[in-house]
Ligand binder design. Sequence first.
Ligand code: IMP
Ligand code: MG
Length: 185
Amino acid sequence: MRATPIERVLLTEEQIRLRVRDLAAQISADYGDRDLLLVTVLKGGLYFLADLSRSLTIPAAIDFMAITSYRGGQGRSGAVRLIKDLDEDLTGRHVLLVEDIIDTGLTMSYLMRTLRARDPADLAICTLLDKTARRIVDDLPIRYRGFEAPDAFLVGYGLDFREQYRNFPYIGILQPELIATPVQG
Ligand code: IMP
Ligand code: MG
């Protein structure tokens, strides 16, 4: 039998469901009849976007982008490259960037700069998890935040460790020993 990669469950499926429902209610009330476009970053934001958008009581369009970030060892350089762009035109639209987790904030900072240049009427962030303690960028317009996250490596509900465990329905803290293991292959 396979050993569990999870040290402990941080957020159960039920806790996530209830919080996503609250966020969706708030977003529905705030945006009303505006032309709302939900944008997410593949692949991590996929589950959150799917659940959040289904809980809205207002119509919304969805779109996806994909990026790669370069990491040096444990840290990140903050260099981000777009590998799949949006299909939608953002001009004059109310864009909500839906993210799984914000850590240093460098990825979001890059995305905000890129999307702001396309003249949306409004551009804000909705993140499920926020590792506030690790933030090095401090001007992010986070309008909606699901949960404050501890400084630990989390997996599940879209979050991966080396492309594994995204499909777990809950969010767990990864066994710290796993992070130290060398990449196979
Ligand atoms: P940032 O640029 O440092 O804010 O990093 C944001 C990205 O790092 C997220 O979109 C995730 O892809 C990834 N990330 C940050 N923390 C975690 C974690 O605890 N588990 C899995 N991925 C994470
Ligand atoms: Mg991500």
